[in-house]
Design a protein around this ligand. Structure first.
Ligand SMILES: Cc1cc2nc3c(=O)[nH]c(=O)nc-3n(C[C@H](O)[C@H](O)[C@H](O)COP(=O)(O)OP(=O)(O)OC[C@H]3O[C@@H](n4cnc5c(N)ncnc54)[C@H](O)[C@@H]3O)c2cc1C
Length: 467
């Protein structure tokens, strides 16, 4: 095979090494290295630094293709590309870029981000890792957990709180820390439920000396904006992983249902099976629309740290739909999927944490309500229309009956209700994206529209029963 780094070469490699449906095993170091040598990470790096990035679509397409063949490999690319390379390329000094980026251009290098600590991941102001300013360098001390590629990636972004004397301030910093720095060790390796072979664990930082030049958020920079812009871009990128996974699952269930014979005929003659097939197809169509929209959106905006509602909607719906598609595909494959070496069974386990990391979906639903209510004073149709307009989107005309009336009646209420309204707003945003991409590109969206409307109607019907 030609190692020319083209999309075709990458896809051919993935098909050879990760294409199997029922011979699916965690990728080996050798397969990973061979993949990285083909240059998938070059699509995150701009041509001025020797890469091939022409826009967000160039790297999102590679992530989508990779996730189609292997969800863990797609996530490996997402972690290194979106959570390390993108913020590093944006905020590192030219000197630091010149030292680090060649590693990603010439060798099989990996990177990641460490924010979460043993005491929790949701509350970023509760971090306990400390950064003490010295003369020309900083001292990093603390414990981080669940950093994807723990112990494997060499290049890390690590978040901590500035300490002055004995006082832990609310001021945050994001530092570039190579794993080879003295004082770093992997204290524990977790036996994670899925996503093998991505290593997870707890990393100890014992008085690690970090040069001032490794501070990616120097004085005058808003650290929260840098962190949110980084996390929000990565959340938007989940649509690419979801699109690849749902497309693969849709194709595999179609093929399976056409040839699995029950009571003398293929199972795809059953109405219920056809409904599952069209729903999974709808999730694939929907995520592809989200990918197309977010790629353009990210290119048009240097900073997406304020775009909460769009980001929340894309993240929760993409991650929920991965889990829903994997669950439904498992039902259709039935016993055949319930094996560690089956792509569908693995997808069932591997898709679950996408609803937990990069912002717990529970928390994001509530945030969606709070943001819209806080900005417009209510979450009625005018408020939603105005919010959609900020993204160049329009309120869908054929929303399920009663949705707009329910939103108009919504007020600050128990969190469980706010979460429900948040979910409704998120599905409206997604439906608006689907309509937008359909109008622009004539993309097939019939099944996606039905799935979105189903979810809207279901969330509405649940409202009186939240207890
Ligand atoms: C497979 C995997 C990969 C990961 N990769 C990384 C990584 O690369 N880097 C990294 O830094 N971290 C990573 N994480 C950690 C992840 O980001 C955290 O797990 C996540 O932020 C949630 O933090 P927590 O697990 O401590 O849950 P907690 O913060 O303890 O929250 C638990 C639950 O409490 C509820 N809750 C919390 N706050 C609220 C609220 N305000 N309102 C309502 N309900 C609330 C929600 O139901 C939430 O899910 C990963 C985790 C997993 C499982």
């Amino acid at each position: 095979m030609t190692r020319d780094g083209s999309v075709q070469a990458i896809e051919a490699y993935l098909e050879t090494h990760c294409g199997s449906l029922d011979g699916c095993s965690p990728y080996s170091d050798e397969v990973l290295d061979g993949f990285l040598e083909l240059g998938p990470l070059h699509y995150f790096i701009p041509p001025s630094l020797g890469g091939r990035r022409t826009g967000a679509e160039s790297y999102l397409n590679i992530v989508e293709t990779t996730a189609y063949y292997s969800l863990p490999l797609g996530l490996t690319l997402g972690i290194t590309g979106s959570l390390f390379l993108m913020p590093f390329l944006k905020h590192a000094t030219p000197d630091l870029l010149a030292r680090v980026i060649p590693d990603f251009l010439n060798g099989p290098a990996l990177g990641g981000i460490m924010i979460t600590e043993p005491t929790g991941g949701t509350d970023v102001f509760g971090l306990r890792t400390t950064i003490a300013q010295g003369d020309g360098s900083m001292t990093l001390t603390g414990r981080k957990c669940w950093g994807g590629l723990t112990g494997k990636a060499e290049h890390w972004l690590v978040a901590g709180r500035v300490v002055r004397g004995d006082r832990l301030t609310r001021s945050l910093k994001l530092l570039y820390v190579p794993r080879s720095s003295p004082g770093i060790s992997v204290a524990t390796t977790f036996d994670a439920l899925g996503l093998q072979p991505i290593p997870y664990g707890e990393t100890a930082f014992d008085d690690v000396e970090v040069p001032d030049a490794h501070n990616l958020t120097p004085k005058g920079t808003s650290v929260l904006r840098v962190m949110y812009d980084t996390l929000f871009r990565s959340r938007l990128g989940i649509a690419a992983i979801a699109s690849g996974l749902c497309k693969r699952l849709s194709e595999e269930v179609d093929a399976r249902a056409a040839k699995r014979v029950v009571f003398g005929g293929p199972i795809d003659r059953f109405d219920q099976v056809q409904y599952r097939l069209s729903s999974i197809r709808g999730l694939a169509q929907m995520n592809h629309c989200l990918l197309r929209f977010t790629a353009e959106w990210m290119d048009r905006h240097e900073d997406v740290s304020g775009h909460y509602v769009l980001v929340n909607a894309v993240k929760v719906v993409a991650s929920d739909s991965m889990a829903a598609a994997a669950d439904s595909a498992t039902q259709l494959f039935a016993s055949a999927a319930y094996k560690r070496n089956h792509l569908v069974g693995r997808a069932y386990v591997d898709s679950r944490p996408f609803q937990i990391f990069e912002g717990s979906n529970d928390v994001l639903h509530d945030n969606t309500f709070e943001i819209v209510a806080g900005k417009y004073g209510s979450v009625n149709s005018d408020a939603i229309s105005q919010e959609l307009e900020t993204y160049g989107l329009r309120l869908p005309e054929d929303l399920p009956e009663g949705i707009l009336a329910a939103l108009s009646a919504a007020k600050e209420s128990p969190q469980r209700e706010q979460v429900q309204y948040g979910k409704i707003i998120e599905w409206i945003v997604v439906l608006a994206v689907v309509d937008h991409i359909h109008a622009k590109e004539n993309a097939p969206v019939e099944d996606a529209r039905r799935v979105a409307s189903f979810h809207l109607a279901a969330r509405l019907a649940e409202l009186p029963y939240l207890g």
